[in-house]
Design a protein around this ligand. Structure first.
Ligand SMILES: NC(=O)c1ccc[n+]([C@@H]2O[C@H](COP(=O)([O-])OP(=O)(O)OC[C@H]3O[C@@H](n4cnc5c(N)ncnc54)[C@H](O)[C@@H]3O)[C@@H](O)[C@H]2O)c1
Length: 247
């Protein structure tokens, strides 16, 4: 246990699985109090219990504004404040520009796009009351490059990249002392990817380092952005991809 996040309180969406789970554990190991927000209460409660007294679970569907309001209220009631929000919850439903049904498009946009906006909006509204802090939005390398089979996902990940810059500039102008940045993971071993064995093989072959990343690799970047070590970074993009976008 170390203390790079001592005294900080973080709300992490999608904290019940994969990258969000790794971030929650990493933050807690560095002295933060963490709230895991997720639609998966069973897994979220279990992870929070594993972390212990410095963790709580809140049921959160990121597409519902009233649930964000309730989540921040619950976190502040239990831990007294909030300094860090990680907008991490996301889904991937593969489809292409010719075949995608509107309903599927709307679902991905609601979670990966609107959900990130709501988390950023309410993150700012709450963090500004507690002396500033950091908002970390989970984009993807697909915020820079397109995949032919991931249309709606790519739309949202590109949107999150630019939306975060707008929010960062707004916070700077308002002198809120809130940084807003994006993380851009390459392909990472989590249920989102590992449940598609063909995808793992394909992306291993396309990643210069020859293997996929671990959730911990992304949690380490999130730790830097959550801590005061990143105090001069805002509106920026942090790529962790084994060299994928260097090609
Ligand atoms: N795994 C990768 O290779 C990879 C690469 C780039 C970016 N990402 C991004 O990282 C983030 C986390 O992905 P992961 O790989 O850990 O996926 P995951 O499927 O393991 O976890 C996603 C979590 O989000 C939750 N979630 C889904 N819909 C929700 C909603 N409406 N409200 C609240 N929670 C909801 C799920 O219950 C789950 O706990 C996503 O935004 C994803 O796009 C992942």
């Amino acid at each position: 246990m170390s203390d790079r996040l001592n005294g900080k309180v973080a709300l992490i969406s999608g904290g019940a699985s994969g990258i969000g789970l790794a971030i929650a554990k990493r933050f807690a190991s560095e002295g933060a109090k963490v709230a895991l927000g997720d639609i998966n209460a069973e897994s979220g409660e279990k992870v929070a219990a594993e972390i212990g007294d410095n963790a709580m679970f809140v049921t959160l569907d990121v597409t519902k504004e009233e649930m964000w309001e309730a989540a921040f209220k619950a976190v502040i009631e239990k831990f007294g404040k909030v300094n860090v929000v990680v907008n991490n919850a996301g889904i991937a439903i593969g489809n292409n520009i010719e075949d995608i049904p509107l309903e599927q498009w709307n679902k991905v946009v609601a979670i990966n796009g609107t959900g990130m906006m709501l988390g950023t909006k309410h993150g700012i509204k709450n963090i500004k009351n507690y002396g500033g802090g950091s908002i970390i939005n989970m984009s993807s390398i697909e915020g820079f490059i397109g995949e032919p089979f991931n249309l709606a996902y790519d739309f949202t990940k590109g949107g999150v990249r630019i939306m975060s810059k707008s929010a960062a500039l707004y916070c700077a102008e308002k002198k809120y002392d809130i940084r807003v940045n994006t993380i851009h993971p390459g392909y990472i071993h989590t249920p989102m990817v590992d449940t598609h064995p063909g995808l793992v093989k394909l992306e291993e072959s396309k990643t210069p380092m020859g293997h996929l990343g671990q959730a911990q690799d992304i949690a380490n970047m999130a730790l830097f952005l959550a801590s005061d070590e990143s105090s001069f970074a805002t509106g920026s993009e942090f790529v962790v991809d084994g060299g994928y976008t260097a090609q």
